[in-house]
Design a protein around this ligand. Structure first.
Ligand code: KG4
Ligand code: ZN
Length: 333
């Protein structure tokens, strides 16, 4: 990859407003404003997310430039998340990026959020291709055969919910708050993961399904609480540990199957749920078992961030894949 560029990356696809600067392939800053406003609703409220992006975006960009010790004049191109994501949230980042692009007369680069999650691996790793990458986020769960930055083929996909959603909805059922993944994972530390079991759904080949396990948690909790109203207070840690273990098993089963089917040179784990410590541990075990290199981004590059948008942008910039300002790139997925 040509490293002779300074790119400003902007991410606003969901509930985090983020900006980062990459210079000659090195991340100089990675700033993020998380939106606490959604916590009390147990999920992201799109209208509130757009409004918070609108207030945060300029200060976040300013901060990213300041930390990188760069001015807007030093930037060669502006990369921005083009989709998938919440329309109202995406528009804030896109229009800010368009404005900067016009004002500075610098190219605008549209980045696919999922491709950027995978590209997060290229920040700190020399990846051996082909890599079988497990992408686990709040909106997506996919197995991707990655031949290069430009060639990524989805070989497994969820047929309903994403695994992050299974964490978030599970936490909501137990009144634990949002986002559910880190909360369930924290509580699970004090529980026994082998206490309860929740069924895996049958899917064809490498596809995933997480709506069934969420429903089975709901019925399980109803039944237990009917006989013992104190059940959840007493057993919360083990319920969380067991639920988390079943979700991890469902992911690892498909990953293992994919390794056997495609015989990749390496494996990767990306997306918000890749911040999950027990999942990282299981992933490392699989790599050891199959004796292949494995990569996971640093924690700050797992959940939504702009460093991954900036690195993806620098790949696209290298071959002049710029957007026309007149494009209305809101629905690219
Ligand atoms: O990639 P991401 O930040 O946003 C999307 O693109 O969706 O992923 C967010 C998801 C949420 O569902 C959140 O609960 C989950 O990642 N998550 C975790 C952990 N940290 C974040 N899930 C399990 N364990 C964690 N430690
Ligand atoms: Zn994401």
């Amino acid at each position: 990859m040509s490293h002779n560029s300074t790119i400003l990356g902007i991410e606003s696809s969901c509930d985090d407003t983020a900006a980062a600067v990459i210079h000659n392939g090195v991340i100089l800053s990675n700033v993020m404003a998380t939106q606490d406003v959604h916590r009390k609703y147990g999920g992201v409220v799109p209208e509130l997310a757009s409004r918070a992006h609108q207030s945060n975006i300029i200060p976040v960009i300013d901060e990213a430039l300041k930390i990188a010790n760069m001015s807007l004049q030093n930037i060669d191109a502006i990369a921005v998340t083009q989709g998938p994501g919440l329309m109202g949230s995406l528009i804030v980042g896109l229009n800010t990026a368009k404005g900067l692009s016009i004002a500075l007369n610098k190219p605008l680069i549209g980045v696919n959020h999922l491709q950027a999650h995978v590209a997060a691996l290229f920040i700190d790793h020399q990846v051996e291709f082909p890599m079988l990458c497990l992408l686990v986020s709040g909106g997506h769960t996919q197995l991707i055969m990655v031949e290069s930055f430009d060639q990524m083929n989805i070989v497994g996909n969820t047929i309903d919910d994403a695994v992050g959603e299974a964490f978030d909805k599970g936490a909501k059922l137990m009144n634990l708050g949002y986002p559910g993944g880190p909360i369930i994972s924290k509580l699970a530390e004090n529980g026994n993961p082998n206490t309860y079991s929740f069924p895996d759904s049958q899917t064809s080949n490498l596809d995933f399904s997480f709506s069934g396990i969420k429903t089975s948690l709901l019925y399980f909790l109803r039944k237990q609480i009917e006989t013992d109203p104190q059940f959840l207070e007493q057993e919360i840690s083990s319920v969380c540990a067991s639920y988390q273990k079943c979700l991890i098993d469902m992911l690892c089963k498909r990953l293992t199957k994919g390794i056997k089917q495609f015989n990749p040179k390496s494996i990767g784990l990306v997306g918000g749920v890749s911040a999950n410590q027990p999942l990282r541990a299981e992933f490392a075990k699989i790599a050891l078992k199959y004796n292949i290199p494995s990569y996971i981004p640093k924690f700050e590059y797992c959940t939504d961030n702009a460093a991954m948008i900036a690195i993806a942008g620098s790949f696209l910039h290298q071959t002049d894949r710029h957007l026309k300002i007149s494009d209305l790139p809101y629905t690219r997925s």
